[in-house]
Write a protein that binds this ligand. Structure first.
Ligand code: DAH
Length: 340
């Protein structure tokens, strides 16, 4: 058996040294060391070797196997080196040519603007919270002071799901959820997607983005609200913006306001974006209604707050002068690629 092994070793050495390329070498490797390889076959004869001889024979088997393995490794290395050397000799091969350039994607403008808004609020000490897109009637409506037969429900046409669930029509349910989770005073924003059962056109989408903001503390006033809104709009637009406040009705705030900003496209002189009024409706807000504080588990005699709901999609359209909201969720990569 030892003779057989030594013969195999000599034969393998010669074959390996003469292997013309890496494929041939691989074949030899399988032929000698593989599951059905020649050396493996010899090993199967071990059971017929007298027990006393087994250690000696075993040692030779290991030696031969190791020698063949390292001969293969050495040959592989020299074949590889020869291949590279030949490549370098080839006058048509230019190692300095740039490789293929990977295609670079772009962040969606809604993502970019959302991240910017988050940064602005983080710097002002706000928590960043994330709440479910599938909501219950209670969080989306009732706890926001919109009972079952309230006409305000018609303002927000709703996608109803099975089992009484719905797709949130605004980010306001986060007001209740955050009041339930954090001890006052606190301040937080919750950006996210919202859904409305709408006929879509250039200014209406069934899926769009809002960011809700909430501040809960003692003695919050309208002056405090206005100051906070101006600060945040200045930070978002990176310049001082002229704002105008109109009374607005939302069941979950009292008083409620519509905050308009001077049109950033025409500077107030009138254009198609502001429908020639010079103003753009951007930020509904108000002081949190006592009923809403109560639904959130807070005592309105002790705590007060302001809230706003910023239309992120509208903000993106203002910032980049996008004329049709359907571009935002349209899924056309040529649109997104423009925001690289
Ligand atoms: N949730 C309202 C909507 O989507 C927007 C809103 C209005 C949010 C007033 C607020 C607020 O926080 O105070 O139409």
């Amino acid at each position: 058996m030892i003779d057989r092994l030594e013969a195999l070793r000599a034969e393998a050495d010669a074959a390996i040294a003469g292997a013309p390329d890496e494929a041939a070498l691989r074949e030899l490797e399988v032929g000698y060391l593989g599951k059905k390889g020649a050396i493996t076959e010899v090993l199967k004869g071990m059971k017929d070797v007298a027990p006393a001889d087994r250690p000696r024979v075993g040692q030779v088997v290991n030696e031969v196997r190791g020698a063949v393995e390292s001969a293969i490794a050495r040959r592989r290395e020299s074949l590889e080196a020869a291949r590279i050397a030949a490549l370098c000799e080839d006058p048509t091969f230019d190692a300095t040519l740039p490789g293929p350039v990977p295609r670079v994607g772009a962040l969606h403008p809604v993502t970019q603007v959302t991240w910017h808004v988050e940064e602005v609020f983080r710097a002002m000490g706000f928590m960043l919270l994330d709440y479910p897109e599938v909501e219950t009637d209670w969080y989306n409506f009732q706890a926001l002071n919109i009972p079952a037969d309230h006409p305000a429900r018609d303002m927000q046409d709703t996608f109803w799901l099975e089992g009484g669930h719905l797709l949130r029509t605004h980010t306001s349910p986060g007001q209740i959820r955050s009041m339930q989770s954090f001890a006052p005073p606190f301040r937080a924003i919750f950006p996210g997607r919202v859904f409305r059962y709408e006929r879509i056109d250039a200014s209406h989408e069934h899926t769009f983005h809002q960011v809700e903001g909430l501040m809960i503390d003692r003695d919050i006033s309208v002056a405090n609200l206005i100051h906070s809104m101006k600060t945040l709009l200045g930070a978002i637009f990176e310049r001082e913006v002229t704002v105008r406040l109109r009374p607005g009705y939302f069941p979950f705030v009292e008083p409620g306001f519509e905050l308009d900003i001077q049109c950033q496209v025409c500077g107030g002189s009138g254009c198609s974006v502001c429908k020639h009024s010079g103003w753009v409706e951007l930020l509904p807000c108000g002081l949190v209604h006592p009923n809403v504080l109560r639904f959130g588990g807070l005592d309105p005699d002790e705590w007060s707050g302001w809230a706003f709901g910023l239309g992120l999609s509208r903000l993106v359209m203002m910032k980049y002068q996008i004329e049709d909201i359907r571009h935002l969720a349209g899924g056309d990569l040529r649109f997104v690629a423009q925001f690289r």
